[in-house]
Write a protein that binds this ligand. Structure first.
Ligand SMILES: [Zn+2]
Ligand SMILES: [Zn+2]
Ligand SMILES: [Zn+2]
Length: 128
């Protein structure tokens, strides 16, 4: 990453407005301006525009900048990532480490747990 981040789509510098209808432009609803149905930019100009500021994506666990994206099935993501972190970003090494930690301490149930039988000690007492 360079010292002067530029919009990956329209190329403006931080603090400048995006070139109008840049994919990266955010509207006042927090949506992508060109796809926000409330703004309807085709019939009226947006009331407010937001200049480009680069917010690096950080791994929520180790803080590494802009980790590579990786695909995880939702069921796995929900198994390993607590609800307050599911909208955060994790780097692959952290995700793998979390998965190992959780699997080590909380093994996946492979089969339904077998009820523990205590009959032998019970029988011994009954014999006395
Ligand atoms: Zn842009
Ligand atoms: Zn909007
Ligand atoms: Zn990480």
């Amino acid at each position: 990453m360079s010292d002067h981040p530029t919009c990956p789509d329209c190329g403006v510098l931080e603090g400048e407005y995006h070139i109008f209808l840049c994919d990266q432009e955010i509207c006042r609803h927090g949506e992508q301006l060109i796809s926000c149905e409330h703004c309807d930019f085709r019939s009226r100009p947006p009331k407010r525009r937001f200049p480009f500021i680069w917010y690096p994506l950080l791994c929520a666990r180790c803080g590494v900048h802009d980790p590579d994206f990786f695909a995880v099935p939702d069921s796995e993501w929900e198994r390993y990532v607590s609800p307050d972190k599911r909208h955060e970003i994790l780097c692959k090494p952290c995700y793998d480490a979390i998965a190992v930690l959780i699997d080590t301490h909380h093994p996946r149930p492979q089969t339904p747990p077998v009820p523990q039988r205590n009959e032998s000690s019970f029988a011994l007492e009954a014999d006395v």
